[in-house]
Design a protein around this ligand. Sequence first.
Ligand SMILES: [Zn+2]
Length: 149
Amino acid sequence: MQIPIFGSSREVSIVADSLARIPPATRSRLADAGLTIHIVSGGQVPGGGEGVTTSGRGVLRITLAAGAPRLAHTTLHEVGHAFDFVIGRPSEKEAWQQIYHESYRKFGFYFSHMMLKDPGELFACCCANLWADATEYRWLPAYQFIEPL
Ligand SMILES: [Zn+2]
C-alpha cells in the first residue's frame, strides 16, 4: 500500500523520493493508518510553517508548503510526527521523556535548538535524520530508542 501524495508533479516526485528512504515496514504502517500527504501552494499550511501533521477524527494528514526550501527534509520530519501518532505517541510517554531530558542535559551538543524544543520535535527530528541517513550519532540514546520501533 502506498501513501497517497497530492500536489504538482515536480513536488510530488520530491516527496516520493523522500518517502523511499523510509523503511518499507514503517511506510506500510503509515499507509495502513490512512496517512495522506498534501502539498499546497503559498501560505496555506496551518501555523504558517513549511509543514504540519494533523490527526483529528481518525484522519492523519501531512500538509506541506509547495515552496518549502527543504521540502525533502521537511517531508521526513513531518512523517516522523505521523509515525509518532501511528505507534501510540511514544514521545509523550515516560521512557522518551527521560531520553529527552537526558539529551538536553548530557548530549545537548549533538542536537540543535530546534530538536530540543520539546519531546515531540526531538522525536520527529531523530526519525528524519535516521531515515535520511543524516546523522553520525546513532549511538545517542534518542536514536537508539527510535531505530527498533
Ligand atoms: Zn515538527
